[in-house]
Write a protein that binds this ligand. Structure first.
Ligand code: ADP
Length: 256
């Protein structure tokens, strides 16, 4: 629980810092990006090549700042009741296309609905971050599996969980796995083992923040040379408010 508190405090102060920097930085980058595009239109090949390099660097920097913005929660988000199974099913095709041909991605959702209180875009972000990490852990290809289900949890102060029914979202890979040192630090903001042009170290810190905001928890099981499973628990919404009609009153038994 101490570790939870320490990470939470660190996330908060970093979030404040990051949101200010990222917002301004992002606007400046947008201007630079537009200028290079204008210049590229009326100059020769070599200049165009250099401009292209600039443009790629700027694009990458913009990706970083937009990640920072999500991380810092500056982007306003709306919390609604969403069916986690629908989110997973809808995201699967897109995720499959974005991770490359040498990796298979399967999702196995429990039958029925898994209503949780969260922002849909953020759930997509969680899936994307976990799946991209899985891909990066499998340079020679492999398999990613996303599964969902319902699990009953007793009171668990160590994990900051109250007793109840939780929707479980697991993302598994058969990649490199990770050492105990990496496992200890992987949710820290800016902790990465990837080269500077690939890793930001914000992926899992973001996931951690989103899951925490939604009243859930995330754990990791990993074995070097075998693979890794991230497991997220989110409280199941048992009595959705009347207006949100698409979800049933209680989760279907198929998920339980
Ligand atoms: P980044 O992906 O930018 O490095 P993350 O916060 O997403 O940042 O991940 C932090 C580190 O955790 C990674 O650099 C990697 O060492 C480790 N990691 C995350 N996911 C996995 C995975 N599925 N398999 C092995 N290592 C992982």
């Amino acid at each position: 629980a101490d570790q939870h508190a320490a990470i939470a405090t660190r996330l908060e102060s970093l979030g404040l810092l990051a949101s200010g920097v990222a917002h301004d930085f992002n606007n400046m980058l947008a201007i630079i990006l537009n200028c290079t595009e204008f210049v590229a239109e009326d100059t020769g090949d070599e200049v165009a090549e250099d401009l292209n390099r600039i443009r790629n660097a700027v694009k990458r920097a913009r990706e970083l700042t937009s990640q920072l913005l999500v991380f810092a929660k500056r982007e306003p988000t709306q919390v609604e009741i969403v069916d986690l199974n629908v989110v997973v099913t809808d995201a699967t095709d897109l995720l499959r296309r974005s991770i490359g041909a040498n990796i298979t991605l399967n999702s196995q959702t429990c039958s029925g609905a898994l209503p949780v209180r969260a922002n849909r875009g953020r759930l997509d972000q969680i899936l994307l971050n976990l799946v991209v990490n899985a891909r990066d852990a499998m340079p020679d290809g492999g398999a990613v599996t996303i599964t969902t289900g319902i699990t009953e949890v007793p009171e668990d102060p160590a994990r900051n969980l109250s007793a109840g029914r939780y929707a479980e979202l697991a993302v598994s890979d058969n990649g490199t796995g990770m050492s105990a040192e990496v496992k200890d630090r992987l949710f820290e903001p800016f902790f990465t083992t990837k080269p500077a042009d690939k890793g930001t170290g914000l992926g899992l810190a973001t996931v951690y923040g989103i899951v925490g905001d939604a009243g859930g928890t995330i754990t990791v099981d990993s074995t070097l040379g075998v693979g890794t499973t991230f497991r997220i628990l989110l409280p199941v919404v048992v009595h959705p408010a009347g207006a949100e009609a698409e979800t049933p009153e209680t989760p279907e038994s198929g998920c339980g």
